[in-house]
Design a protein around this ligand. Structure first.
Ligand code: CTP
Ligand code: MG
Length: 228
């Protein structure tokens, strides 16, 4: 099934603390954004990409897209103060006949065409699906350095992007959240709030989000392994 992708890339990377936003950090000599865009550029089912950047980086993004000829990038739009606001700005310019819309963080560059395919296949049937992996660590709720509770891990999953939706559904979810000034950390949580089911599709432990500097080490190892 055909799809479009919204890529939020308007964050500041505060936790990475690299002095530049995360999509410009280089791994094995190429910026993170290049790896993230490559997979959508190559996937024949992806019919368009909307990049969302911060106001001050829009020019840099346009130049990058032109220089490296990312032909699928149809628009580059300014984002907002929270990730959710940036995604919403991107969703506004996705064409209604997009098929499905995928939302994928620029800072998650190791997604594969295989996992996108699995996600799209599921969302085509269900209307909303996310990639996720079972948690590996034991998880405890902690208050002031004291364990309050150990949470049963067997039903806990770490959710990733891309997340795939019918466009009308995810737009409705974003509109309601915006009206109510409710902010979530992913798009599926907004869809859950309008009472829709969200399906889980087995993701990949390599599909990490680059959040802190430790993640760059793992990221380089992933790329080296893929290069053989
Ligand atoms: N993002 C965005 N607009 C924002 C905040 C985040 O488009 N206002 C994007 C980021 O660029 C990133 C993705 O959302 O690709 C996931 O967010 P996160 O990992 O939190 O990135 P940052 O917000 O940049 O990092 P931090 O929270 O550490 O500042
Ligand atoms: Mg953030």
């Amino acid at each position: 099934m055909n799809y479009w992708t919204v890529i939020p890339a308007a964050g500041q990377g505060k936790r990475m603390n690299a002095g530049i936003s995360k999509q410009w950090i280089e791994l094995l000599g190429r910026p993170v954004l290049a790896y993230t865009l490559d997979v959508f550029e190559k996937d024949p089912n992806c019919k368009g990409v909307i990049l969302v950047g911060s106001e001050q980086e829009l020019k840099q993004m346009k130049e990058f897209v032109q220089t490296f000829q990312y032909t699928k990038v149809r628009e580059i739009v300014p984002g907002g103060s929270e990730r959710q606001h940036s995604v919403y700005e991107g969703l506004k310019v996705v064409p209604e006949d997009c098929g499905l819309v995928l939302i994928h963080d620029a800072a998650r560059p190791f997604i594969t065409e295989h996992h996108i395919g699995q996600l799209v296949e599921n969302a085509a049937k269900t209307g909303s699906a996310v990639l996720a992996v079972p948690l590996k660590d034991t998880v405890k709720r902690v208050v002031q350095n004291q364990v309050e509770e150990t949470i049963d891990r067997s039903s806990l999953w770490a959710v990733q992007t891309p997340q795939a939706f019918r466009l009308s559904l995810v737009k409705q979810a974003h509109e309601k959240a915006a009206d109510e000034k409710w902010v979530g950390t992913d798009d599926a949580s907004l869809v859950e709030r309008i009472g829709e089911n969200v399906a889980i599709v087995m993701g990949d432990y390599h599909n990490i989000k680059l959040t802190t500097s430790d993640d760059l080490l793992f990221g380089q190892a992933i790329l080296l392994e893929r290069q053989g």
